[in-house]
Ligand binder design. Structure first.
Ligand code: S3P
Length: 448
């Protein structure tokens, strides 16, 4: 059987990923994916501020959780070497983080910076400085600065609410924050700050975002109430957190690459094992089913309070769909790869209400539109989304990740269906959330 050529090349400072699929490529196999990124951050953070020991299994070994671990180590938490096996965190107790001697570096990770600010805000008198890489220093932090200031925190920032930031913790007051955007990072930041405020801190969002913080805070012993009808979550402070055992399932955002690959490459059948299917995260499954993808959830179970399943996907002819409204926060990170699916669907797929994609690790609307256009796709950028006319064949060419992990991997999936060779520049970005992505790509293409 002809196989694909998949190679990683090192240039001076970056890696490029070259993919040349054979004419008759069919993807086969069982795939293990890395741990959930959102849960990995939260397990490390709650472990660090809880009393006693937290044990974490299945942690994501990507660059982002490493940034979180290093920040909390710098503030006194003892965190064992990161591993997918067991990681132990010796918690320091709520409100007990030490003032670090240096700037806290969140790297590329918005979750690290925004959630950590919520925790730092409630350390009266202690002073923290926080920065990140070039991408993170251009992403909006006002969305967390404003509610934290309302709670009483003192925060200094660059013009436009940009990092580097400085924050001096205070005795915080509880608030009811009505967030203008559905963002789990904003919600989690305010709830984490609320742990030390005396009374009820509530966040109401315009649509429900992922609820890992609410679930995990409750598991660690905090009093958390949720009202899905009003998209509200409340934490009652002062809370006490006690170290727990956390089992992190596979990340559905990483599974999404293989689900789309299996759906669009003729003759494919793959099973992605141990995928977290928390309903606040499964919008990608809803969208693919609406596109008539052949997807089955198998072996459904609950692991450490989170629903988990194995997901089987077989190739089928996809049809276009509309992705908008309350569905957006449930698939926010999967839109780039869903755009790839739409290129191979019959009809015109429309993504709306997704302006948030412009302030992710890159402007994902512009970058996906321009890079797919380079490959020959018919994609139009909308102010808050994309319009994709399916059915135009793709041709391999040179494209760029713009150092965004999800763009790098989405373009790799598009390359599987392109004629000729695609080279993805700055493909090393994948390691932010998916170390081992290239090896799994080689595995399901039958090249290893
Ligand atoms: C995340 C929330 C989402 C998501 C990000 C992870 C989290 O961001 O895009 O990758 O772990 O809370 P927003 O809350 O900004 O939408």
């Amino acid at each position: 059987m002809p196989t694909a050529t998949i190679t990683l090349d090192l240039t001076e400072h970056h890696q490029s990923l070259t993919i040349c699929p054979p004419e008759a490529l069919a993807l086969q196999g069982q795939i293990q994916i890395p741990g959930d990124k959102s849960m990995s951050h939260r397990a490390l953070m709650l472990g660090a501020i809880a009393q006693g020991e937290t044990r974490i299994q299945g942690l994501l070994l990507g660059e982002d959780p490493r940034s979180t671990a290093n920040c909390f180590r710098a503030m006194g938490a003892t965190i064992s070497e990161l591993s997918t096996d067991w990681v132990t965190v010796q918690g320091i107790g709520l409100g007990q983080l030490l003032e670090p001697a240096d700037v806290l570096d969140s790297g590329n990770s918005g979750t690290t910076m925004r959630l950590m600010l919520g925790i730092l805000a409630s350390h009266p008198g202690r002073f923290f400085t926080v920065t990140g890489d070039r991408s993170l220093r251009s992403r909006p932090m006002s969305r967390v600065i404003q509610p934290l200031q309302q709670m009483g925190a003192h925060i200094w920032h660059r013009t436009g609410g940009l990092a580097p930031l400085a924050i001096q913790g205070q005795v915080l007051k509880p608030i009811h924050y009505r967030s203008p955007i559905a963002s789990a990072q904003v919600k989690s930041c305010v709830l984490l700050a609320g742990l030390m405020a005396d009374g009820r801190t509530t966040v109401t969002e315009p649509a429900l975002s992922r609820d890992h913080s609410e679930r995990m805070l409750r598991a660690f012993g905090a009093e958390v109430a949720v009202d899905p009808d009003t998209c509200s979550a409340t934490v009652t402070g002062p809370a006490t957190l006690t170290g727990q055992t956390v089992v992190v399932p596979g990340d559905i955002s990483s599974a999404a690459f293989w689900l789309v690959a299996g759906a669009i490459v003729p003759g494919s059948e793959v099973v992605v094992e141990n995928v977290g299917v928390n309903p606040t995260r499964t919008g990608v499954l809803d969208a693919l089913v609406a596109m008539e993808a052949d997807i089955t959830l198998e072996n459904q179970r609950t692991v450490a309070g989170e629903p988990v399943a194995d997901i089987r996907v077989r190739h089928s002819q996809l049809k276009a769909c509309t992705i908008s409204g309350d569905l957006i926060p449930r698939l926010i990170d999967e839109i780039p790869v869903l755009a790839v699916a739409a290129v191979f669907a019959r009809g015109t797929t429309v993504v709306r209400d997704a302006a948030e994609l412009r302030v992710k690790e890159s402007d994902r609307l512009t970058v996906m539109a321009t890079q797919l256009q380079r490959m020959g796709a018919q994609v139009t950028e909308l102010p808050d989304g994309l319009e994709i006319v399916g059915g135009t064949p793709l041709t391999g060419t040179e494209v760029d990740s713009f150092t965004d992990h999800r763009i790098a991997m989405s373009l790799a999936i598009a390359a599987l269906m392109a004629t000729g060779t695609t080279t993805i520049q700055r493909a090393e970005a994948a390691a932010i959330s998916y170390p081992g992505f290239t090896q799994t790509l080689q595995q399901i293409c039958g090249t290893i």
